[in-house]
Design a binder for this molecule. Structure first.
Ligand code: ARG
Length: 578
């Protein structure tokens, strides 16, 4: 494990246990990168309070039992009792070299792999995916990829909206149009148009509306003919979702579909169990769960409705079923819901109800990864000119078009196909990275100019860093797999770059724990910046001698690998050239 933070944390931990006894096992040694040294631990301060001793004395006792001779040039106590670590150049160099050719780049697999169902994307059938779905899809996919890489058992759950009363009208419309008609084809290409046509008929034609209502009853009653049409509708919609996923480079496939309808068979049972246990009761004809901790205006309890007065089940009932299924069948240790922030209350009520019903034991952690709204440059929820929520593919196409314009001026010598390929990688990368680089629960403004900028914390900036490094190897005629080092640290920029490279594992561990991909973005941005400084100050191909050149090539190679790995965990492509 070359990550200095974990190495030092482990040593400080064992030193403090040796100094103060086994009671302190499990104490966080609080080792962090520092501006005063390479790393600092301030564990002596909280520990001093607990032990009723002077902090500097506690620090001295820890340092006294610390064996970091191989790793550290110096260990010093400063201020009130901070422990400052300065790593040996030779150790940093050797650890960095050990990353060469290592596909995991020194990142250890999780010590305790978890089963993690992750619910993300979840578009609705016969509806266009909008920017809100884009963000849950992109953030969810980055989390799934990262948790997977960290060695967890990730179970992707695409909770598509494939059930409910609109399906009566949608099925009737599909039947009238014909399953092979141009209208049906719209489900694959322009689902909103299909939905709107069905809706218009429903509103205008009472006969149609009556048929639609009877169709809902038939669907719920499991009528085989109706189910067949429903399946057809789902199939057509799936091909739309899959096209979007393919275009965006999202890992979801049909195998990950677990839509709302999956849970139908358990809904009656869920209601019965809640009612029998006295957790739910009838109020104004509806079956409701009242939880003390959820009150609205004037302290009035807000109910979670699980069965409406007409007998229909709700979004809440289905989500209770998702919790139960993911705990009991998927054996979840942690359940991740990547869903819009406005659904926070809904999920909290679902989790609380599930806990009360005994479906969610304390050993399982449910997490709502809240996704903030995407705003237009006017600061309001992003909408199209006609006031509807923005079509996702319109945005993506526009980003690719704009990236294409840039490539046409910067790389006129390339053939059309190559330029188009770069434009696609950059345009899509820019949109995805913009979603990922801000913390997932904040709102952000969708701004083409900013996300496509070649400077700052953007997708294109990182992609350009990758393309530039690749061109160094091309220009030098160097086979990257033949780069061996060794690495020797001379210049400060070399040291800073190497140290940063060794920090990847710590960052990924954080992303896996806190479920915050923007931390990986920040890391990659700093890495690309550290590389830029290094490349400005330390000639690589024209290094003063062969040994320095080999060392710098090795640093360059590990940087490339780290950028490519990081981008792949974010689901952003790493272009060969730009
Ligand atoms: N289909 C819902 C929507 O478009 C999102 C579903 C999220 N997942 C869940 N288990 N509730 O808003």
């Amino acid at each position: 494990m070359p990550d200095p933070q974990s190495v030092l944390a482990e040593r400080v931990h064992s030193a403090l246990v040796t100094a103060f006894g086994p009671d302190l096992t499990g104490t966080d040694p609080v080792v962090r990168p520092s501006q005063f040294a390479d790393y600092q631990s301030n564990v002596a301060l909280p520990l001093a309070k607990r032990l009723r001793r002077a902090p500097r004395e506690v620090a001295a006792a820890i340092v006294g039992g610390l064996d970091v001779r191989a790793e550290c040039e110096s260990v010093e106590i400063s201020g009130p009792g901070f422990i400052n670590f300065t790593l040996r150049d030779s150790w940093v160099a050797e650890q960095t070299r050990s990353l060469l050719g290592d596909p995991r780049l020194g990142v250890p697999a999780a010590a305790h792999p978890q089963n993690i169902p992750i619910d993300y994307s979840a578009p609705n059938v016969a509806k266009e995916m909008h920017v809100g779905h884009l963000r849950t899809t992109v953030v969810g996919d980055a989390l799934a990829r990262t948790l997977d890489f960290l060695g967890h058992r990730v179970i992707r759950q695409n909770h598509i909206g494939d059930w409910g009363t609109p399906f009566g009208m949608l099925i009737e419309h599909l039947l009238e149009a014909g399953e092979d008609s141009a209208e049906a084809e719209k489900l694959r290409t322009d689902p909103n148009a299909f939905y709107k046509a069905a809706r218009a008929k429903f509103d205008a034609d009472p006969d149609f509306a009556g048929r639609a209502r009877r169709r809902v009853v038939a669907l719920q009653g499991g009528d085989p003919e109706t189910l067949r049409h429903w399946h057809e509708l789902i199939e057509l919609s799936k091909s739309y979702f899959n096209r979007v996923y393919r275009t965006l480079g999202v890992t979801l496939t049909d195998d990950d579909l677990a839509g709302e309808s999956t849970y139908n068979r358990w809904l009656a049972e869920i209601c019965a169990e809640l009612e029998d246990a006295g957790i739910a009761r009838i109020s104004e004809g509806a079956l409701c769960v009242f939880l003390d901790e959820f009150t609205g205006r004037e302290g009035k309890p807000v109910p979670l409705i699980v069965r409406k007065s007409d007998g229909g089940y709700t979004y809440g009932t289905t989500d209770l079923a998702t919790v139960r299924y993911r705990v009991q069948e998927l054996k979840a240790d942690r359940i991740v819901y990547v869903i819009g922030a406005p659904q926070g209350l809904h999920l909290q009520m679902v989790f609380a109800t599930a806990r009360k019903a005994g479906w969610l034991p304390d050993t399982v952690e449910p997490v709502h990864v809240q996704i903030g709204n995407v705003l237009g440059t006017d600061g309001k929820i992003l909408r199209s000119r006609s006031g509807e929520s923005m079509r996702l593919m319109t945005l993506v196409d526009e980003a690719v078009r704009r990236a294409g314009e840039v490539v046409a001026t910067t790389r006129p010598e390339l053939d059309d196909a190559t330029r188009a390929h770069i434009a696609e990688q950059v345009g899509i990368g820019a949109v995805k990275y913009a979603d990922l680089s801000v913390s997932h629960d904040t709102e952000y403004v969708f701004d083409f100019d900013r996300m496509l900028a070649l400077t700052g914390n953007t997708g294109p900036y990182l992609q350009y860093a990758v393309a530039r490094i690749r061109s160094i190897f091309r220009r030098g005629g160097i086979d990257p797999s033949a780069v061996r080092g060794p690495i020797a640290i001379g210049e400060p920029a070399e040291r800073a770059l190497a140290l940063h490279l060794l920090g990847l594992g710590a960052v990924l561990e954080q992303v896996g724990e806190l479920l915050e991909p923007h931390r990986l973005c920040a890391y990659l941005y700093e890495l690309a910046s550290a590389f830029t400084t290094f490349y400005d100050q330390c000639p690589v191909l024209r290094a003063p001698d062969a040994a320095v050149r080999d060392s710098r090539l090795a640093l360059t190679q590990v940087t490339l690998d780290a950028l490519v790995l990081g981008l792949s965990l974010l689901g952003v492509s790493a272009p060969e050239q730009m």
